[in-house]
Design a protein around this ligand. Structure first.
Ligand code: AMP
Length: 305
């Protein structure tokens, strides 16, 4: 099953309580692509970069099964750049810089062989680009999942509302769910966001795990208690990539399978935070992922008698 991923491929400068890294590879699509690559062989990437992006990084993405025909390279252009600094608790962060650079004028044109994709991951990026990608598909896909953040909720609220009407699953963090809905209680926030379009809402809560809402059903997945926490950047994207990658692999969109997808997404996110950039998530084995999924299972099992 092929998965189309749209999002940023970028440079990040990140400061966490553990340390600091300047101009490392980042971007929502990059993180999603790597984490989905452990479940799906055929990943079609849509993004834009400048000619400052290293060929070596692009080759590593191709080696993991990502097709880069949909990544536009702008001669003389600069790639999207984001800088952030995490608070002492690692959970909160301040965005210091968002330089759209080549993203500002991106008008994606999907290669022909992308247009029949059935699983679509609209990673964090300008909502009008997310809409344009949906408009270019030949048929209605099986599943459209979208991730967004405060930057787009604040800067492009109307376009975001438009794209929300066309998706099945929204992943969003708790603070942003409150911002988007105007509700503090997460159950009410999820209900309000559901009324905006998506059937399923996944609320990410960092070290407090993730919640899945579908009509009156709710599921909670904890986060693992990790010994090593270095850089949370990309955790949300890795979660999304693991989640939709697992769904695309299993092709089962039941609520029960969504629960398994949440656990697989959480497992990929847990690897992401153990190092800066893509350094950990590009070198995983399927065995390591299985072992981590089993740790989630052990963490949540109990008997009523
Ligand atoms: P996450 O920690 O999951 O929110 O993802 C962080 C990644 O998203 C970083 O690698 C950034 O390059 C990228 N990013 C930051 N801000 C934006 C934005 N406004 N739109 C798209 N991608 C972004």
């Amino acid at each position: 099953m092929s998965l189309l991923v749209v999002g940023t491929v970028a440079f990040d400068s990140v400061e966490t309580p553990y340390g600091k890294e300047e101009m490392v590879v980042g971007g929502s699509a990059m993180y999603i692509g790597y984490s989905a690559s452990y479940f799906v062989q055929d990943i079609k990437m849509v993004s834009i970069i400048g000619d400052d992006f290293s060929e070596g990084e692009l080759n590593s993405m191709e080696d993991k099964g990502m097709n880069l025909d949909g990544i536009e390279k702008v001669k003389g252009g600069k790639s999207f750049f984001w800088a952030g600094k995490y608070h002492d608790d690692f959970n909160g962060r301040d965005t210091l810089v968002t330089d759209l650079n080549v993203l500002a004028d991106f008008d994606p044109v999907l290669p022909q062989h992308y247009k029949d994709s059935k699983y679509i991951m609209l990673g964090n990026l300008t909502p009008d680009i997310q809409i344009s990608v949906l408009d270019q598909l030949n048929d209605k896909p099986d599943l459209v999942m979208l991730d967004t953040m405060n930057f787009w909720i604040n800067n492009t609220p109307d376009d975001l509302r438009k794209v929300l009407k066309r998706i099945d699953i929204l992943t969003i963090n708790d603070e942003e769910a409150r911002m988007l809905s105007g509700e503090h209680a997460l159950a009410r926030a999820a209900a309000k966001i559901q009324a905006m379009g998506p059937y399923y809402i996944v609320i990410k809560r960092g070290e407090h795990g993730a919640l899945l809402f579908y009509n009156d059903k709710t599921f909670f997945a904890p986060a693992l208690l990790l010994q090593t926490l270095i850089d949370p950047t990309g955790a949300g994207d890795c979660f999304a990539g693991g989640f939709i990658g697992y769904l695309a692999k299993t092709q089962n969109l039941s609520f029960e399978n969504m629960k398994r997808a949440i656990i697989h997404g959480s497992a990929l996110a847990s690897f992401c935070v153990e190092d800066f950039s893509n350094w950990n998530i590009k070198r995983l084995s399927l065995d390591q992922i299985d072992q981590r999924v089993n740790r989630f299972y052990d963490l949540t099992q109990f008997s009523l008698v």
